[in-house]
Design a protein around this ligand. Structure first.
Ligand code: SF4
Length: 212
């Protein structure tokens, strides 16, 4: 008797760029891949598709060939939600957004974690209401944690540190994730983790280790 192949969800998008755009080649590729499948559009600039678990590596390679990025779905860091970089790539820090995404998207964490980025204080990528938020202000990057966009518990994130330079920013984000991965309970959201662990404790802890 043949085994039924296990299907899993994958998240797909066009990577970090000007807007969340897909070109005709990518759309045709997606349509051919989908066949009778439906495509689910999420609020986090991702498209969900289904794939046989054993084929994930092959599918990821094929999607990458047409410029589509593929991420795991579930208890992982999601791909970076971002603004449209309307004022230009360098001015709005697109290389920094790409590097943040490269470093953290797809990392296993206790519960799905949503990072977001905006290239100027107007904040179109909504970084202040996501788990980890980066806002470019003048020549630096302000790092926020613990925002929550949902329900009666909605709140704005707390500023960890303003006017960071890229290397300091990457290092702090890495350290925050290490603490969450180490101390977060299974399926405990980052928002709930911060309530339990200490909304002030975590920033203090990572900033102290940064100074050592
Ligand atoms: S946050 Fe600023 S740079 Fe980004 S899309 Fe909005 S206005 Fe443009």
């Amino acid at each position: 008797m043949s085994e039924i192949e296990k299907k899993i969800k994958l998240a797909v998008n066009g990577g970090i760029g000007f807007g969340s755009k897909l070109n005709a080649k990518q759309l045709v590729f997606l349509a051919e891949y989908l066949g009778d499948q439906e495509l689910e559009l999420t609020t986090f600039q991702q498209l969900y598709i289904e794939a046989a678990e054993n084929d994930v590596e092959f599918i990821t390679k094929k999607f990458n060939e047409v410029g589509l990025s593929v991420y795991p779905v579930g208890n992982y860091v999601k791909s970076l939600r971002h603004c449209n970089f309307c004022k230009g790539e360098e001015q709005e820090g697109m290389p920094v957004a790409k590097e943040i995404n490269r470093r953290i998207a797809g990392k296993p964490v206790p519960f799905t974690l949503r990072p977001a980025y905006a290239g100027c204080p107007i904040g179109c990528g909504e970084p202040l209401v996501n788990d980890i938020g980066v806002l470019k202000v003048k020549n630096g990057f302000d790092l926020y944690i613990g925002g929550n966009p949902k329900g009666a518990e909605a709140r704005v994130g707390k500023l960890v540190k303003a006017q960071l330079q890229p290397d300091e920013l990457y290092s702090l984000i890495d350290k925050i994730l290490v603490v969450y991965i180490k101390h977060g309970k299974k399926r405990e959201s980052f928002f709930k983790f911060l309530n339990r662990y200490g909304f002030d404790t975590l920033p203090e802890q990572v900033l102290i280790t940064e100074r050592l």
